[in-house]
Design a protein around this ligand. Structure first.
Ligand code: ADP
Length: 421
């Protein structure tokens, strides 16, 4: 129902609209009337004429078409009639979803469901695709009670996947749903989330284990120094030396852990400095020269003429090549020579390869080398002052630089780590 105030304001708005549209005629007629009066015509007659003209002008303007108020659409009962609409909407969803009837027949399967579980002819029973009794029981319970349900389900084949499944009636929930009701069964893939959770907890366990070992050794030596070795100057000197090494190992580990966490924080920001790799590689070689001499290894660099520029972060790239060249010197020590090749050819990616002639790495280890704390031999890595985090840091830095690490190794011949920008 329209209220009186609303009606008056609508009429005023209409009048304003007409006046606005016809203002040139109204102004012209007013000017003519004023001219007629000043020319000596009777002002009352002129006034009546002007008023008549004014009314004709207003009557001439058609009122704007009435606007139909928007009606709320009738609430639609969910049923087979709404299936095409629901199906179309589900195509926009990137998680597997089935629409099923009360008899558990599949009425629609979106593309994501088809991809995950294979195509299913419409009308077939849900158990033709999902054989787990747990899932079928959960859906039956929802059909019986009209209440949504949720469960976790894992699949082993074709690959290990973990899903959170949710089934719910379409429309308001309640036990009064009819036989023609529809139900939506949706699968949320949480495999990646679970993998990251597992990696995180493994990482914390590994990091604490790595820190606990030198800590336990430090405590042991402190107890010995306080007790049996209290008066043994020679033993004291030896133990203090070992304690210093253990404390240094702990601080290396903490530095590497901090490095990793800082890199994780900025992993999404691409570096934007222009870096010339020639002087950078030269600087890394000079820094590692004392270590190489100590190990009896020669570092040979093979650089092209002219600048070799890439977009990057200088300190991070120094860290990458220090890690790779240091590893080559340490683990490839027996080969005596480490070659560093910098390749920059027109319309080809810039590449830096660090090649050693050491014992090589057998194929099963290669894909796991960049995992945190992964070492081919823990004892070997520890004796060479490794933390097991060097290549994980390298991989993080290269990911931020949109660069790749390619490892080629042959047991008995040596290893090549190539960074491709
Ligand atoms: P670490 O601190 O133990 O050196 P890294 O992450 O740098 O850790 O390397 C992981 C493992 O990869 C090392 O423990 C070693 O077993 C292996 N590795 C790395 N570089 C080489 C290489 N040039 N030759 C042989 N093995 C290597």
């Amino acid at each position: 129902m329209e209220r009186p105030n609303q009606k008056i304001s609508q009429q005023i708005a209409l009048l304003q609209l007409r006046l606005r549209r016809e203002w040139p005629l109204i102004v012209l007629s007013s000017v003519l009337a004023a001219a007629a009066v000043s020319a000596g015509l009777d002002w009352r007659g002129v006034m009546v004429g002007w008023l008549l003209l004014f009314l004709c002008v207003l009557a001439r303007t058609p009122p704007p078409a009435p606007v139909e108020p928007l009606q709320d659409p009738e609430p639609d009962e969910a049923g087979p009639g709404s299936l095409p609409l629901i199906g179309a909407a589900l195509e926009a969803v990137d998680m597997p979803v089935f629409v099923i009837g009360a008899d558990l027949s599949v009425l629609h399967q979106n593309r994501a469901a088809e991809k995950a579980f294979g195509a299913l002819s419409l009308g077939s029973h849900l158990s033709a695709r999902l054989r787990s009794p747990g899932i079928l029981d959960m859906v039956r319970e929802t059909v019986a009670t009209g209440q949504p349900n949720q469960m976790e389900h894992s699949e082993r084949l074709p690959s290990e996947r973990v899903y959170i499944l949710r089934v719910a009636p379409v429309g308001p929930a309640g036990p009064e749903l009819a036989d023609g009701s529809l139900y939506v069964l949706a699968f949320r893939d949480v495999s990646e989330l679970r993998r990251i959770e597992r990696m995180r907890s493994d990482f914390v366990a590994n990091a604490s284990h790595e820190l606990r070992t030198p800590l336990a050794s430090l405590r042991g030596f402190i107890e010995t120094l306080q007790g049996p070795a209290r008066a043994d100057a020679k033993a004291q000197e030896r133990f203090l030396g070992i304690m210093f090494d253990q404390a240094t190992r702990m601080s290396r580990l903490v530095d590497d852990l901090l490095s990793l966490s800082r890199l994780e924080l900025k992993s999404h920001i691409a570096p934007d400095q222009t870096i010339d790799l020639r002087p950078l590689i030269g600087h890394v070689r000079d820094t590692l020269m004392p270590l190489a001499e100590e190990l009896g290894v020669e570092i040979r660099t093979h650089l092209p003429d002219g600048k070799v520029e890439v977009l990057g972060d200088r300190d991070e790239l120094v860290q990458v090549f220090e890690n790779l060249i240091e590893n080559a010197c340490k683990y490839g020590q027996e080969g005596k020579v480490v070659d560093v090749f910098v390749k920059s050819e027109p319309s080809r990616p810039v590449e830096v390869s660090v090649v050693d002639r050491g014992p090589g790495i057998s194929a099963e280890h290669v894909p796991r080398l960049t995992e945190r704390f992964y070492r081919v031999s823990v004892a070997d890595s520890r004796s060479k002052k490794g933390t097991g985090l060097g290549l994980a840091i390298v991989k993080h830095i290269l990911t931020r630089h949109r660069a790749r690490l390619i490892v080629k190794s042959e047991v008995g011949k040596g290893t090549a780590f190539t960074v491709r920008f």
